[in-house]
Design a protein around this ligand. Structure first.
Ligand code: SAM
Length: 292
């Protein structure tokens, strides 16, 4: 991403969560607030783009809105959000008091769960690229939404600054057990930047703190097409991981990769019999790594 560029993929993933919550049944992840965060003209552009893509494929066997949304990664976007918030709920019971959303985009957790922040049960830190975060904050101001006490924003570029340094500008407490999420981000960084991010987390959070993230493997026939589309948006996908090597590297950095859900497991957990129009995206894993 360029320094001045708002993340188009952050708007797109918010659109996918919003569309899914509003129009589909069964709902894998509820995000009733996501539409509000997307400015009307952006939403209109996305809807027009979908319409044109459908018209262009008119007559192709299997062309439908759901097949388009499948290719755009809707199953990944909703299952990673669900997986993360399910884990967060458990971890709050286990003493987590800080939730750090790395590459937050238009995440609405803090607004959907204001009671947790107001009651002092959880502090939420949204960490994002300066342009994307400024865009979100401007939208929040335009909407007139109150920012819950306990919600902290910090902007940074993961390529230029370590996460620990960015969080040092906030009330983040490095001695408090925390959950970090890194959703829809690893693919846009280099492997070095991803591992630096994990390294930084392991140095600023106590044992038992953890990170939820998604990552792509090479094993996808659609990957070339997805890469091309992302490049057009100015957000080139750089990185895929080999699960065994990732596991070894995380161990070296002080993490246990406690869960690494393959597409088959994600399919069984979130899509089997419940959302027959979608299937887990073939190239994506969901993972949970805990600091030793
Ligand atoms: C695909 S969006 C995902 C947003 C959100 N996590 C979700 O799941 O919808 C990628 C996010 O990563 C952020 N991002 C990408 N590269 C970044 C960088 N180098 N530094 C900081 N944030 C970055 C973007 O600003 C954007 O918010």
């Amino acid at each position: 991403m360029k320094a001045y560029q708002i993340s188009v993929t952050a708007i797109m993933t918010a659109f996918l969560r919003a569309y899914h919550s509003t129009n589909e049944d069964p709902v894998i992840f509820h995000d009733a607030l996501a539409y509000a965060l997307i400015p009307e003209e952006r939403r209109h552009q996305i809807e027009q783009g979908l319409k044109s893509a459908l018209q262009a494929h008119d007559g192709d066997a299997g062309a439908s809105l759901s097949s388009l949304l499948q290719t755009m990664g809707l199953p990944n976007v909703v299952s990673r959000a669900r997986y993360t918030e399910e884990r967060l709920e458990i971890e709050i019971q286990n003493g987590v008091k800080q939730y750090v959303i790395l590459g937050a985009g238009l995440d609405t957790f803090a607004f959907r769960h204001q009671h947790l922040l107001k009651e002092g049960k959880l502090e939420v830190f949204e960490v994002d690229h300066p342009a994307t975060q400024a865009f979100k904050r401007e939208r929040l101001t335009d909407l007139g939404w109150d920012l819950p006490a306990g919600l902290h924003f910090v902007s940074t570029d993961f390529r230029q600054e370590r996460v620990a340094e960015a969080l040092a500008r906030t009330p983040y407490n490095p001695r408090t057990k925390s959950l970090f999420s890194l959703l829809g981000v690893t693919m846009y960084l280099s492997p070095y930047e991803v591992y630096e991010t994990f390294h930084s987390i392991s140095q600023m959070a106590p044992a038992g703190s953890s990170v939820i993230f998604d990552y792509h493997t090479e094993a996808d026939a659609n990957l070339r097409e997805i890469r091309r589309e992302l490049q057009k948006m100015g957000e080139s996908m750089q990185t895929t991981f080999d699960p065994a090597l990732l596991n070894a590297e995380l161990r070296r950095l002080g993490f246990d990769l406690v869960e690494d859900l393959s597409p088959a497991v994600i399919q069984e957990r979130y899509f089997q019999d419940r959302a027959p129009v979608y299937h887990a995206n073939e190239n994506v894993h969901l993972a949970w790594a805990v600091i030793r």
